[in-house]
Each structure stands twice: as C-alpha cells, then as structure tokens.
Write a protein that binds this ligand. Structure first.
Ligand code: HC1
Ligand code: SF4
Length: 573
C-alpha cells in the first residue's frame, strides 16, 4: 500500500495503480477523452493531466503510477488552464457543428469542453475531411475525429482485425483505414465496437430511419402493411436514456411504443430464436451422429459480425457454420410466407422492419442469397436500438405513461430460451435445453446447463446427454474467436459445438446499443435477460406453442424440405 494525498486529503491505496485509478477510488475522478482501461492508456488527449507537487511538468493520470508520499492536485488553476488549452486545441481540429451531430448530447468532447467552461473557440479552425461511402453500415466523419486512438485499440486488441491505423505525422497525424486501404477493401466485420467506443460522432452506424418514417416512406403508404420485430437484446436497453428503471421498461411497454409509432403488427424475434434452436439443434444432433460426413465442430451462425469475420479470415472453415439462418432472417422469411398466408396479406405488401442491437445486421439483411420469401428482401429495413430511441424522441413518445401491450400473434411468443440469445452463451444453453429433449424425450431442469453462462471471453464445458459427452465452447469478442480457431487448427482443442458472438458480452453489448460515456452496461443488461428467462412461463424452445403450430401447419418438421428451402443458407455469398 502507498500513502498519498489527493487535493490535500490523505489516502492509502494499492501499490502499482495509476493516478487515475487512485483518484477514482478517492471519488475525485479525473476527466479523460482517450483513456480506455487496459486498452488505451497512452495519454494522447492530455485531458487527464494533474499536478504532482515537486514536479515541474504536469503528468498524465492514466499512465503514471502512484508512489508513496505523492501529493496530487487534480483541479489546481495550473491543471485547469492546461486542460482547457488542450481541449481548445482539439476543438480547433474538430467539426463543432453539434446540432446535427449524431452524438449531440452524448459526446465526451462536448461534455468536457462545457465542464471546462470553453464557450468560445480560442484557436483558428483547421478541419480536414475525407470522403466515405454512404451505403455501408459503418459511417466515418473524419472532421469529427479527435485522434484519441480508441478505435484502433478496440479493433486491434479486442476484435483482432486491425482496420484502423495512424496515418501521417506531427500536427497532420490522423486516423485512417490501415494499409492505405479503402474501407470497402478492408475486412471490417461491422461489429460496431469502434462506434460504441468512439467518444465523439466521428464513427457511427448508418442512420436509416428516414427510409421508413419520411412523409412518402412505407409507414405513410396505405398499401403497405408495416410490421416490426424486436431482437432479444433490444428489450434490455431501449429505455436506458429515458430515466425509467430497467424493470419498469418492460417488453410490453416497448410494444406499446412501437404501435404508437405506427407499426401495424409488432412481433418478437424471440419467436425466431426458438425456431433457430429447433433447426440448429436438429442440425447439431445430425452432425453429432454422422461426424465423418461433416466438417467439425459446428459453429453457430446467428451473429453476422462473426460470420463476416469467418468468411474473410478463415474462408476454409465456412463449411463448419450452421446452415441455419439467423433469427433475424428466419423471422423475415416466415413473416413473408407463413404469416402472409395466415393473415391473408400479399407478401409484396409487407414491409418488415427489424430492430437490432447490432450494426452488422444491416449488412446481413442485404445478403442476396439469404432472402428466400420471393417477395423482395425478407427484412426490408434494420434499425439499431439507438435509431429506435432517436425516433421515439422525435415522436415525443412519453415512456413513463406507456401501458403494457401484447405482441401480435403468430410470431409474438418467445420462450426464456429465446430471450437469452442476447447474452453470450445463451444460444448454446438454449440449444442444449432442446437437444436434451430431442435425444431423451424429456426435459432437463431448465437451469441444468447454467455452467455455460458467464462473461469469460472463452468458456468451455463438457455436457453429458444420454451418456454422450458434448464438448462445447462459447466465445465472445472476435479476438477470442481468432484464438479459439488457431487452437482448433493446431489441434490443441476439440469441440463439438461452438457459439461465437462478435461483441464482448454478446448482443447485449452490441454495436447498435445505447452508448454510455463512462461506464459499460453490459453486465446489467445480461442479468436482465436472465431474469426474463427465469420468470418466463416457458423456458424451452420446443415448448413454444407458436413454433409447434408453425411446424404443424406449415414447415412440417425441423430440417424438412421446406424448412431447408426457407430457413437455411450455405453462406456462400
Ligand atoms: Fe442478437 Fe440474434 S441474439 S444475433 O445477439 O441470434 O443482433 O439481441 O437478434 O438474429 O434472436 C443481435 C440480439 C439477435 C439474431 C436473435
Ligand atoms: Fe473494427 Fe468492428 Fe470497427 Fe469494423 S466495426 S472497424 S471490425 S471495431
């Protein structure tokens, strides 16, 4: 332990921690722009400077350790003046037209500039912008980049993709796509982790709301039936900025909000998550009993960031991907075939919107070979949770006065197994619950496979079903996926079934979720999903009555000819 003072108050803290951590523990936090714990501790923005008595120069708090007897001042006039100058210099190279910025009100730079009392720019503007394609899910506005390097680090260290790099030198230093590539040539997974870690509006997800809500768009077209589906992880995060406690922001209130927005049918992607389990679980059992006929292990295929990663980094392993489409795409195909038939609507007149915690889902919906309904795109438009929140705001929806409403049927019932898809390990656990039933004819306890749960980046388990041991692995974050694949290729590990989610924590931490400037919300969101599962009246995908009816009336059985035609893909496009 070391003894030190912070702003004249004495503290005892652990040896080896940084000044930033010590100040945080003392409840005297130091502001920062570029700092990301364990990932970006480079002091690039110089906003975290503090004064240490006896030292001539100010020091950066994020990457300097404490020592015994240290006297730290976090807010002396010298510190405040230096911070102000540093932020002012950053502002001189930043496009400060805040009202139209996607991060207005949720921008670290805006917040810090305001808190330092910078109300007038002190330096001459020098802003450079570079062109960026408008039709991909990842949008970059170089005029807003503050060169904090967070995107570089997140993409390198967490996602192992090295899409960004530093370019040029000196005052012309900037961040750009690495190796002088155009973003269209780079193997970006569109996971959106660089977006959720960008402190300003330099990186964002493409905003597609107007395609639906403009005055001449489908929502205003009397000939269109506009339907919406909500992904599992959206329900954990949609009200985070509303002030409603998470428990009060129920899925039923989200349904009510969507009806107010003009959607004629509100469906639950959890239905298709259950359908995915029926198809993917059956596929897994088939592969397990004919190992010699298949490439092994079986990889889950519901996360489009992961699928893009595998196709670009290890194309030879694409045959290990489950052929089952993702729940988003199954939902889309079933809406424009089965639902259209049941409701007596021409499939061409249905406009299907999917609300996702994910940016890569926008690209998934565009894959030509994934659209099988014969009525255009199966998912016409993908909006992220953030777009949903912005639209609610622009329509002045008052979250606190919403009354619970039911999802529409069919495609409105999901089980607890479906809802946990949104958290890392959820797909595997849901699949095992139903695989156990399919093999033994009876249910295991719904929590029998809970050892799969957890936030570890790479978690393995051995599960016994009817005296057959199934070796599973669950990974989240593409860097962990790369490590697992390398170990598989070297023969160091062997698995039967592997779940991969591109984003840390799974979809709850997705690139389309609300952005919190100073803290991560993933753990809370995950716990909420598990509480929904715990309290769900049905916790097994095979017990979902709407799924049972869909098979009875339409698909016949899992892996039937029609199911193959509509719900599976070979991932070749
Ligand atoms: Fe996900 Fe999925 S869980 S991929 O994380 O399999 O995005 O929530 O919708 O499709 O159901 C995302 C979430 C989501 C799909 C499902
Ligand atoms: Fe890297 Fe993901 Fe950002 Fe693409 S979207 S640049 S893969 S962090």
């Amino acid at each position: 332990m070391v003894k030190l003072t912070i702003n004249h108050k004495s503290f005892e803290v652990e040896d080896g921690i940084t000044i930033m951590e010590a100040c945080e523990q003392a409840n005297m936090p130091v502001p920062s722009l570029c700092y990301l714990k364990d990932l970006n501790e480079i002091g690039a923005c110089r906003v975290c400077v503090v004064e240490v008595i006896g030292m001539e120069r100010l020091v950066t708090a994020c990457n300097n350790p404490v020592w015994n007897g240290m006297e730290i001042l976090t807010n002396s006039p010298k510190v405040r003046e230096a911070r102000k100058t540093n932020v002012d210099l950053i502002l001189s190279q930043h496009d400060c037209f805040c009202p139209t910025c996607i991060r207005n009100g949720n921008c670290k730079l805006q917040k810090i500039a305001f808190s330092l009392g910078i109300h007038q720019a002190g330096y001459q503007r020098d802003i450079t912008t570079t062109p960026w394609p408008k039709d991909i899910p990842l949008i970059r506005d170089s005029g807003k980049c503050i060169k904090c390097m967070r995107c570089i680090q997140i993409c390198d260290k967490v996602q192992s993709l090295h899409i960004w790099d530093v370019a040029k030198t000196g005052s012309r230093t900037t961040v750009s796509v690495s190796e002088n590539r155009n973003i269209l040539e780079a193997p970006c997974s569109f996971c959106g982790q660089c977006v959720t870690h960008c402190p300003t509006g330099a990186l964002s997800a493409r905003d597609d709301k107007e395609q639906l809500f403009a005055y001449d768009a489908p929502i205003a077209d009397p000939d269109k039936v506009v339907v919406v589906s909500i992904a599992p992880a959206v329900r954990t995060a949609w009200a985070e900025e509303s002030g409603l406690p998470r428990e009060a922001a129920t899925p039923g209130k989200l349904v009510a909000a969507l009806r107010q927005m003009g959607f004629q049918y509100v469906f639950d992607t959890n239905y298709a998550a259950d359908l995915t389990i029926m198809e993917e679980g059956s596929e897994f059992l088939e592969r397990l009993s004919h190992k010699e006929d298949f490439d092994y292990p079986l990889f889950t295929s519901c996360c489009p960031g992961w699928v893009r990663f595998l196709k670009s980094q290890y194309p030879e392993l694409t045959t290990c991907l489950s052929t089952a489409k993702s729940p988003q795409q199954m939902q889309g195909t079933i809406i424009k075939t089965y639902f259209a038939k049941v409701a007596g609507i021409q499939p061409e007149n249905i406009y299907h919107v999917s609300i996702m915690p994910c940016m890569a889902k926008k690209a998934e919906a565009d894959i030509p070979t994934i659209n099988d309904s014969g009525a255009g795109k199966d998912v016409d438009l993908v909006l992220t949770t953030r777009e949903l929140i912005r639209q609610c705001r622009s329509m002045n929806i008052d979250f606190s006065s919403l009354e619970e409403e039911e999802f529409d049927s069919p495609l409105g019932t999901g089980t607890g197994a479906g809802v946990i898809f949104g958290a890392t390990g959820g797909v595997m656990e849901a699949a095992l619950r139903s695989c156990y039933y399919l093999v033994t004819g009876k249910n295991a306890d719904a929590d029998a496979f809970k050892e799969i749960r957890g936030m570890d980046g790479w978690r393995e388990s051995s599960i016994d079903i009817n005296n057959t041991t199934i070796k599973t692995a669950v990974v989240n974050g593409l860097g962990n996926a790369r490590k697992l694949i390398e170990a598989l290729l070297k023969g160091e590990v062997q698995y039967d079934f592997v779940e991969v989610m591109a984003c840390p924590g799974g979809c709850v931490g997705g690139g389309g979720q609300p952005i919190h400037l100073d803290e991560e919300e993933t753990e809370d969101r995950r716990e909420y999903l598990y509480s929904l599962d715990q309290n769900a009246p049905l916790r097994f995908s095979h017990e979902n009555p709407e799924i049972q009816k869909t098979y009875e009336d339409f698909l016949e059985k899992p892996l039937s000819h029609l199911a193959h035609e509509l719900l599976h893909t070979d991932h070749t496009a």
